[in-house]
Design a protein around this ligand. Structure first.
Ligand SMILES: [Cu+2]
Length: 264
């Protein structure tokens, strides 16, 4: 009897370390640190995320903010990026209510989460096969408690290891350097086309056009509206107040044409 009992206890003890090793490796210490003053930092980009209906505001400390286009493959030591995720203000159907610039708005009743990544010399080693350079990750609630502990931050590394290496494992940091607004686009430029080529909107709508094509394009009309050359990632938002039809094209590739029909 005694023997059976001790065997059961031994089996239980053995199972615990077995269960722990199922998680990929991650740091055990928090070397990221709660960014208490992040709201005073410059905003790197604001991304309206339609699938989970969030406003994602990315703050960067000065070091990270000052990284220019083309230098993003190697953020300097001391760089900290804070992604504040905030549920959008919704109408009764659950859709995000757009503001007058066509952007999502933060629901004042919602509580944000702070996803933080920090790069320092020698950081990141403990992620083992999922290491993303010298970044370490943690997610906090506004009161400083953990949403994702260092031990669980392997999930961050696993996902960010799929981001572009030439952006130092960050995902959308070119939104600032390539003049992307982060608004949900109504029209996408791709393969030398405006898609959809005809769009119908109500008067008062802000229409966002984003270039996701490799070469630069423009949006111009026969009258006087003209954007600069829009390279990949660049977006433009235009508000349509007067009902009617607006025909536009690309000045570099005149066969690229589009039409926006504005209804009362
Ligand atoms: Cu073009």
């Amino acid at each position: 009897m005694k023997r059976v009992l001790s065997a059961a206890v031994a089996a239980f003890v053995l199972l615990v370390p077995g269960a722990l090793t199922q998680n990929p490796p991650a740091p055990t210490l928090d070397r990221v640190g709660f960014p208490a003053s992040y709201q005073d930092w410059p905003v790197l980009y604001v991304y309206d995320r339609p699938d989970n209906r969030q406003v994602r505001t990315i703050f960067a400390n000065e070091l990270a903010y000052n990284v220019e286009d083309g230098q993003q493959s190697n953020y300097p030591y001391g760089s900290i990026l804070v992604m504040q995720t905030w549920a959008c203000l919704r109408d009764t159907s659950g859709a995000c209510i757009l503001d007058e610039n066509g952007r999502f708005q933060k629901d004042p009743a919602a509580t944000p989460t702070l996803f933080v990544m920090r790069k320092e010399k020698g950081f990141g080693q403990e992620y083992g096969p999922n290491r993303t350079g010298e970044w370490e990750y943690v997610a906090y609630r506004p009161d400083g408690s953990y949403q994702t502990t260092p031990q669980n931050s392997f999930s961050c590394a696993v996902c960010h290891s799929e981001a572009q290496k030439n952006l130092d494992y960050t995902y959308r940091t070119t939104l600032r350097t390539h003049n992307g607004s982060g608004a949900v686009p109504n029209i996408v430029i791709t393969s030398y086309r405006f898609l959809p080529s005809t769009l119908t909107v109500k008067a008062g709508t802000v229409v966002t056009i984003v270039n996701e094509d490799a070469p630069a394009h423009t949006v111009v009309d026969d009258d006087r509206y003209a954007t600069d050359r829009m390279r990949r990632g660049n977006s433009v938002s235009i508000k349509f107040t007067v009902p009617g039809e607006w025909n536009y094209h690309c000045s570099i590739h005149p066969s690229m044409q589009g039409k926006i029909i504005v209804q009362e």
